[in-house]
Design a binder for this molecule. Sequence first.
Ligand SMILES: Nc1nc2c(ncn2[C@@H]2O[C@H](COP(=O)(O)OP(=O)(O)OP(=O)(O)O)[C@@H](O)[C@H]2O)c(=O)[nH]1
Ligand SMILES: [Mg+2]
Length: 177
Amino acid sequence: MGALLSRLYYYREKKVIILGLDNSGKSTILSQLLKYPKKKTMREPYMPPTLGFNMQKTTFKNRKYSLWDLSGNSNIRKYWKCYFTGCNGVIFVIDAADIGRIDENIGILNELVSDEELKQLPFLVFLHKFDKKPNLELWWEKIGEVFQKRKHKICRSTYKEESTVYAGFAWLAYEMK
Ligand SMILES: Nc1nc2c(ncn2[C@@H]2O[C@H](COP(=O)(O)OP(=O)(O)OP(=O)(O)O)[C@@H](O)[C@H]2O)c(=O)[nH]1
Ligand SMILES: [Mg+2]
């Protein structure tokens, strides 16, 4: 009976929220995940800023997910919390080429990491737009300080390479088991 229940839980749809500052690349990453397992590289995406949120369902390696892409607009961020309930994992997307927003990113990450509803959840951080050759080491150091021993993974990503996004998501999927 216990084995059956844990199997049912394993295959139950998991809720993932995709957070990050405006223009960081959340909707682009969502569209990459929706294309899984196609390996065709994207053209430079035309993505208008998300208004409110965009929820899409997908299947990744035989398991179902609802992916909640929330707007990063500063007026909308205060409403992110409304979407935390029932969440199983968090993706945080950073425009790693925008070094001028490092403090803003780290401040928000600190708030998220200490949020009661997100406390037990695995965090996947994408250092996005690495095609622009950002200084990733600086980000790694700062983000490492935020998480310390807490469960997280940092992956670089770009619209030019789906495989990096899939590898990161595979880690999150495993941790949400
Ligand atoms: N160079 C480069 N540009 C990218 C990449 N991914 C996305 N972009 C561009 O970055 C801009 C923002 O991408 P979005 O995916 O809309 O960002 P977002 O985080 O959803 O933004 P909001 O909805 O406003 O919160 C778009 O103009 C994309 O074309 C990438 O890997 N490299
Ligand atoms: Mg968006």
